[in-house]
Design a binder for this molecule. Structure first.
Ligand code: URA
Length: 232
């Protein structure tokens, strides 16, 4: 039997002293990218399945040559909560599903900590094919792949977006600001509130980011609850 990835015994419990909750309206507003009008009518893809099909046949950048499987995204096609990561790793490439390796298992726990299952949300990445050896995505790859992500968000029209890590945050928000500066604010991506937090892979390396991550995901959850009162 092949070795299973080692998943550190780390979950994301609420801190014993969560501190006072700041009113949502008092959270600093962040960057604003695009307008709520998106790009209506300009896309050839009318469903998430259309996008998955297009990704499976995509040759717009070289990554399709080295990847084993496309990883377009997974989850609830009516999700109000959308999670965006960087790019598939080895396990994701094997299975064609995002966030299934060690970082993915931590993501599942993080979502559980705010009472969301993977079936409640939609999970995807900026890049839909694995960069060889998990190297950083290159600008031409992001440029080629970004219409898929833009359209996924446009079709889903979630109530909140959670950007995991520097790369997803900087790509969606079209900025070079550091994650430390981007978190703790409510940004707007084409009208959708966007919260930034640490990537679970970074959290595995640096457990001191657990507490800020807890605060970030709680903020995302509160935005969702405010948009859907009575469903929490
Ligand atoms: N890291 C990511 O950013 N995405 C995945 O799907 C897996 C690991």
């Amino acid at each position: 039997m092949p070795a299973q990835p080692t998943v550190p015994r780390m979950s994301l419990p609420a801190p014993s002293d969560p501190g006072p909750l700041i009113a949502l309206d008092a959270i600093p507003q962040g960057l604003i990218v695009g307008s709520a009008a998106f790009n209506e009518g300009a896309s050839p893809w009318n469903s998430l399945e259309d996008i998955a099909h297009a990704v499976a046949g995509c040759t717009l950048c070289p990554l399709y040559k080295t990847a084993k499987n496309p990883v377009p995204g997974t989850g609830n096609s009516n999700a109000d909560f959308v999670v965006v990561g960087e790019a598939p790793g080895a396990s994701e490439d094997e299975q064609g599903v995002p966030f299934v390796g060690a970082a993915g298992q931590l993501l599942t726990k993080i979502l559980g900590a705010i009472n969301l299952s993977r079936d409640d949300v939609f999970i995807c990445n900026v890049l839909k094919h694995r960069p060889p050896g998990n190297r950083n995505p290159e600008p031409n790859e992001v440029h080629a792949c970004s219409p898929y992500l833009v359209r996924q968000i446009e079709l889903l029209r979630p109530k909140v977006l959670l950007a995991l890590g520097t790369f997803a945050a900087q790509t969606l928000l079209q900025t070079r600001e550091s994650i430390g500066k981007l978190r703790g604010r409510i940004h707007r991506y084409n009208g959708v509130p966007l919260v930034v937090t640490y990537h679970p892979a970074a959290l595995l390396r640096n457990p001191s980011w657990k507490r800020p991550t807890w605060e970030d995901v709680q903020l995302a959850r509160r935005i969702l609850d405010r948009a859907n009162p009575g469903t929490e």
